[in-house]
Design a protein around this ligand. Sequence first.
Ligand code: MG
Length: 229
Amino acid sequence: MQSYSIRFFRTCNSKDGKKQKKEAKILISKQVPPNKQVIFDKNCKKIWLLHFLCVFLRSNYKNLKTMLEKKLESALNKQVNAELWSAYLYLSMSYDMDDKGYEGIASWFALQAKEEFEHASRFMKFIGETGGKVMLMPIETVKQEWKTPQHAFEDTLKHEKVVTRKIYALMDMAIELKNYPTQSMLKWFVDEQVEEEDTASKILEKLKKIESSPAGLYALDKQLGKREE
Ligand code: MG
């Protein structure tokens, strides 16, 4: 069981009037509610032990209410970065497709980027709600150009498969740590990844069918441009 151990020192007047240094030790378990904490005192009166306990609880309330283990907090923050990187990737695809004259596909990727930003926000909100600290890290550069829409969607599907593996790894960690709130939150992402891979896969199949047919590509561009969210 994880616990805090804090030692306090206080100078008190002893019976013979001399100054005396006294020590108090408080053990606070992360698993036990604050009102059920066990206090171990050494040499000091309970009254000021309780005073220090109150000060400690006030200043460390956030720490006590945290539902995230450090390892999990760090992994979730890495996922925030991965989701933001995904948003960068799809934004880059959007501008590149627009440059190449595929307005509908560009619009589709712009919405995909927005969705990835929302995924990052969902993770950040959860970290905050469970008492963790959101740590924003630098976002690595992304590819800037794709030869054809097919190449862009091949990279999209490949990337979504990587994201799925990352979500599964997070779920494995949450299960191992018996962190039920994180498992519940990640369930949404497990389902979302099924949809992401399926969508990218279907568009890629269509692109493979029409290959280099300008009419087919024109029609698909129009169709993808109708995406609303
Ligand atoms: Mg995502």
